[in-house]
Design a binder for this molecule. Structure first.
Ligand code: GDP
Ligand code: MG
Length: 701
């Protein structure tokens, strides 16, 4: 067997490409693969033959739904490219990938600039402290404007973008005397042209065209100015004052350190479709984005030491720990993607899943290339790397794996809440069990996709982040599992809360068969009136009032009862405090206390329920001439416009609209604007639903 080549953590880059849909993420990714993997043939999104969009669903829609991690080699480094989706219905996927990557490239459309979703994703990247670079793509399209995009990153995203390359020409033949044809490397001070004949593989390096010298000088002055503002190690400042030459390596070191410290974001530009500027992007990824060693140690809790906080460094000598960040069902079984944070994981070994207190046997380990058919087996895998395995028994997305002797639970991935549900039933009743199995598999892959049986009707309900999210799942059932299903109309996932605070005596005094049951509890229920807080339970009893097992039963009972209100929706914002109780030595039991807790919740809700509806933040990006249509239509949907923002011919309309009025919105927006406007939405808040919605639940039909 071939010996594993020496593993060097500092040669790993775990990066993601994040972008607004259609900015060119897939096209750019394809080119990265094309230049960095000799085997790879260049796919094109418009022909539906790309590698990271391996799912036919994605190829049809031209968007990326499932992140895949693809290793590629450049400058002696392994770049693990973690693909992230661009649609808001899939923010869980984006957040999940941000957790495991060390750096990101944000791709912007040179003409559209910073779009609504880029703002969302940029904020998410801030939340996870991800160092990043910017790639301004589509420099060849009509209206491309490099400087404007840089300015938008500064203003709208509060970033500190520093161009390290600039375009030669801008826009297309249609709108520009000097269309985009190459780039200038501002650090190396060279012009780069890419041979269209071999899809950009051949790079011609030339002197900077004379009429660009002034602009290059201005860019460089700005660059040094920005870099010297945070030049703690004095790599540049003294030399700049002396006017002496600064070696390229030193400039790169300064850029690297400030990028990793998240002080700056280096900006490059190019055109994926015209094959321009991608190799410099690969160089910049290896030069400026962090290695796993540059990132802070990962933090987790030790379940065997009262959840004491512990850290793991990306060091082979540390005990193994890793995070299952992605699970994909395939025809051959489930593929688990694991980011290894510390230590070494051997193939065919046993690991511990502390969150489920269970052992798992890890079989083969491998790197997965973009198409999951292509694999490279690994005898062992090391801290800092991202690898895949199959056949884990209990692990699901978000679980930690570690050594039994050194348990640690890494911080959970928190997922947004499902806002839409739809009934689902198999076309043929014989497929009932198959449908349950399939729903279960899809939920294991994607924890934001939920299903449950409706208590009253016995119908199966699936729920998720948006209608597109559910649509994609149904397509997968049909295509991957050959399961024909019928679905109902999409419905809003409401929440319930209480309108008035109450103090309740809950009790359970009755015979169950021949057994007497007895329990009494005094519980205060308060509406927290804060946004979207899950329900919570506090025990505030003087010692000795209830024995610990009965207290635990009361708490369990309350938590259970609070998961569903009188209309069957989860409760929100309700805080329950147990302040008193009474038990009987002979007839009190855990069962009785659970029942008393349930009784307390029923009484607290009686005639006291407020229905909350999800209100979405809707962002419509439209040619300005259609703003009137868009705003008028929003008015008919109980929507209110929060603000509008015009950039030349394009306007962003940001509004708050109840989800209940948005199910047909994507189509409507297109018809209001001759197909030219597009809308995105995400959950903003839960707000009281109008009376008639609540009445509808009590008198259906
Ligand atoms: P994604 O949604 O971010 O993955 O974007 P895609 O890579 O699927 O690209 C969206 C559309 O823009 C496709 O029709 C591409 O052919 C086109 N496109 C991508 N990059 C460029 C570019 O650099 N220039 C031009 N003119 N079109 C591009
Ligand atoms: Mg794509």
């Amino acid at each position: 067997m071939a010996k594993t080549p020496a593993f060097d953590i500092s040669r790993i880059r775990n990066i993601g490409i994040i972008a607004h849909i259609d900015a060119g993420k897939t096209t750019t990714t394809e080119h990265l693969l094309f230049y960095a993997q000799s085997k790879h043939r260049l796919g094109g999104v418009d022909q539906g033959t790309t590698d990271t969009d391996f799912d036919p669903e994605e190829q049809q829609r031209g968007i990326t739904i499932y992140s895949a991690c693809v290793p590629l080699t450049w400058n002696n480094c392994t770049i693990n490219l973690i693909d992230t989706p661009g649609h808001v219905d899939f923010t869980a996927e984006v957040e999940r990938s941000l957790r495991v990557l060390d750096g990101a490239v944000c791709v912007f459309d040179a003409q559209k600039g910073v779009e609504a979703q880029s703002e969302t994703v940029w904020r998410q990247a801030n939340k996870y402290s991800v160092p990043r670079m910017v790639f301004v793509n589509k420099m060849d399209v009509v209206g491309a404007n490099f400087d404007a995009v840089v300015e938008q990153v500064r203003e709208r995203l509060a970033g500190n973008p520093i161009p390290i390359s600039m375009p030669i020409g801008e826009g297309s033949q249609k709108d520009s005397l000097e269309p985009f044809r190459g780039i200038i490397d501002l650090i190396g001070q060279k012009a780069l042209y890419f041979d269209a004949g071999d899809m950009g593989k051949t790079v011609r390096v030339e002197a900077i065209p004379a009429d660009y010298l002034d602009r290059v000088a201005a860019h460089r002055e700005k660059l040094f100015d920005l870099l010297s503002q945070h030049d703690e190690k004095d790599l540049l400042t003294t030399r700049l004052l002396e006017g002496s030459e600064i070696p390229i390596e030193t400039i790169r070191q300064a850029i690297r350190e400030q990028t990793i410290a998240r002080v700056i974001q280096p900006v490059l530009c190019g055109s994926g479709r015209e094959h321009i500027g991608i190799q410099p992007l690969l160089d910049a990824i290896t030069w400026y984005l962090p290695t796993p060693l540059d990132r802070p140690p990962v933090v987790g809790l030790n379940p065997r030491k009262d959840n004491k906080e512990e850290k793991r460094r990306p060091d082979l000598k540390e005990p193994f720990c890793g995070l299952v960040f992605k699970l994909i069902s395939s025809d051959h079984g489930e593929i688990f993607y694991i980011r290894i944070y510390s230590g070494t994981l051997k193939a065919n070994s046993r690991v511990y899943n502390p969150g489920r207190d269970g052992k798992e046997v890890v079989g083969k380990l491998f790197h997965v290339f973009a198409d999951p058919g292509i694999r490279e087996d690994l005898p062992e895998a090391y801290a800092g790397d991202i690898i895949a395995t199959m056949g884990l028994k209990d692990a699901v997305t978000g679980d930690t794996l570690c050594e039994t002797q050194h348990p640690i639970v890494l911080e959970e991935i928190v997922f947004a809440e499902a806002v839409v549900s739809q009934s689902i039933e198999p076309d043929s009743t014989a497929d009932k069990q198959k449908m349950l199995d399939t729903l279960n598999r899809l939920n294991r892959e994607d924890p934001t996709f939920l299903y449950k049986q409706d208590g009253e009707t016995g119908q199966m309900l699936m729920s998720g982040m948006g209608t597109l999210h559910l649509e994609v799942k149904v397509h997968r059932m049909e295509r991957d599992y050959r399961l024909k299903v019928r679905v109902g109309k999409p419905r809003v996932s409401y929440r319930e809360t209480i309108s008035r605070d109450r103090r309740i005596e809950g009790e359970c005094i009755r015979m169950a068969g021949t057994t007497q049951l007895y329990a009494k509890l005094t519980v205060e229920f308060k509406n927290e009136f804060r946004e979207n807080v899950p329900t919570s339970v506090t025990m505030k009893l003087k010692p000795g009032i209830l024995p610990p097992p009965l207290m635990a039963a009361a708490e369990r009972g309350l938590r259970g009862a609070l998961t569903s209100g009188t209309l069957g929706f989860p409760l929100l914002n309700v805080h329950a405090t147990v302040i008193g109780g009474h038990f009987d030595e002979v007839t009190s039991s855990e069962v009785a206390f659970e029942a008393a807790a349930n009784d307390a919740v029923l009484k607290a809700l009686e005639g006291n329920v407020v229905l909350l509806e999800p209100v979405m933040k809707v962002n419509v990006n439209t040619p300005s001439e259609f703003v009137g249509n868009v705003v008028a239509d929003l008015g008919t949907r109980r929507g209110s416009v929060d603000h509008m923002d015009s950039r030349g011919p394009i306007t962003d309309v940001v509004a708050s609209v109840p989800l209940a009025r948005l199910f047909d919105y994507a189509d409507r927006v297109r018809s209001l604007s001759q197909g030219r406007a597009a809308a995105t939405m995400e959950l903003k808040a839960y707000e009281p639903a109008p009376e008639d919605v609540l009445r509808g639940f009590y008198n259906p039909g």
